[in-house]
Design a protein around this ligand. Structure first.
Ligand code: NAI
Length: 288
């Protein structure tokens, strides 16, 4: 695989993946449909890497990172792999992959960072569906070790192997899965988030208390509500709906009305300035 890595979608995850690839020495091109978003992602990555270098956690020259903001998907034509991290929407991702297939070389890999959509379905309309694989990073990408490599029905095993080798070379711990709804982590995580919402909606206790129990006594780094504020409620709820739908609306995976209210309000979490918790860390008024 050639060393150029294309990233499309320069939000939270795309920027994180681009950072990891650039620090590993790849030429990285990052594109986004929103004007200015890729430039902001590149500037943010350089700032974060500088901060890591200042703390002695990284030894790279931030100005030497080979990182370019691209203005469209066309600019990703020479990449050996393009990793997609756009909105969690099947139609949007399918349309993008169809476009990318007309842009990249015949042997280029197309990877999706989808949290919950099936790589089998994502690849269905492609001329070469074997080249598409799920490559699921976790947030924040530079800090989180785990990566799921997900093979759809048509995924060429060599493509899955190459994606797994790449993630391992970036210092990640790789787990392989087939395209079952939610894969491994999000299958297990859905009932975890759902139960936290239920406890809150039943007014048994407040989100701060649930988070404190899970971190203080449960050994989790973050409680479920703080984690959902980090992930983004728009993203988290879309994943829940996708898994719920894939399992025939099994009540175990049912979405929360309280979380729906947050999404409707635009209270997505940290990226929008407030979620379950506002910016100052004080409890938000209960949406339940
Ligand atoms: P985000 O909302 O921060 O960023 C998405 C970016 O994609 C935005 O900058 C948007 O302008 C851009 N975009 C949307 N449609 C586009 C298109 N057609 N072409 C080019 N750019 C487009 O979202 P985030 O959180 O980075 O998530 C991206 C993907 O990663 C989703 O599939 C999500 O499920 C997945 N994911 C998210 C995680 C999280 O914790 N936020 C964790 C693991 C996976």
């Amino acid at each position: 695989m050639n060393r150029s890595v294309g990233i499309i979608g320069a939000g939270t995850m795309g920027a994180g993946i681009a950072q990891v690839a650039a620090v590993a020495g790849h030429r990285v091109l990052i594109a986004d449909a929103m004007p200015g978003a890729a430039d902001r992602a590149v500037a943010g990555i350089r700032d974060r890497v500088k901060a890591q270098v200042a703390k002695g956690r990284l030894s790279v020259d931030p100005d030497e990172l080979d990182l370019t903001a691209a203005d469209s998907a066309d600019a990703l034509s020479g990449c050996g792999i393009v990793i997609e991290a756009i909105v969690e929407d099947l139609a949007a991702k399918r349309a993008l992959f169809a476009e990318l297939e007309t842009v990249v070389d015949a042997d280029a890999i197309l990877a999706s960072n989808t949290s919950s959509l099936s790589p089998t379905a994502l690849a269905a309309g492609l001329t070469h569906p074997g080249r598409l694989v799920g490559l699921h990073f976790f947030n924040p990408v530079p800090a989180m070790k785990l990566v799921e490599v997900i093979s759809g029905l048509a995924t060429d095993p060599k493509v899955a192997d190459a994606a797994a080798e790449l993630a391992a070379a970036w210092g990640k711990t790789v787990v392989r899965s087939t395209a079952t709804p939610g894969f491994i982590v999000n299958r297990i995580a859905r009932p975890y988030y759902a139960e936290a919402w239920r406890i809150h909606e039943e007014r048994a206790t407040v989100p701060e208390a649930i988070d404190a129990v899970l971190t203080g006594a449960g050994g989790f780094r973050m409680g479920p509500f703080a984690l959902m504020d980090l992930i983004g409620h728009d993203v988290n709820e879309a994943v829940t709906r996708s898994v719920w739908s894939a399992f025939g609306h099994d009540p175990r995976f049912a979405p929360s009305l309280a979380q729906r209210a947050l999404v409707e309000a635009g209270w997505f979490g940290r990226k929008s300035g407030r979620g379950v918790y506002p910016g100052d860390g004080a409890p938000a008024p209960s949406p339940a």
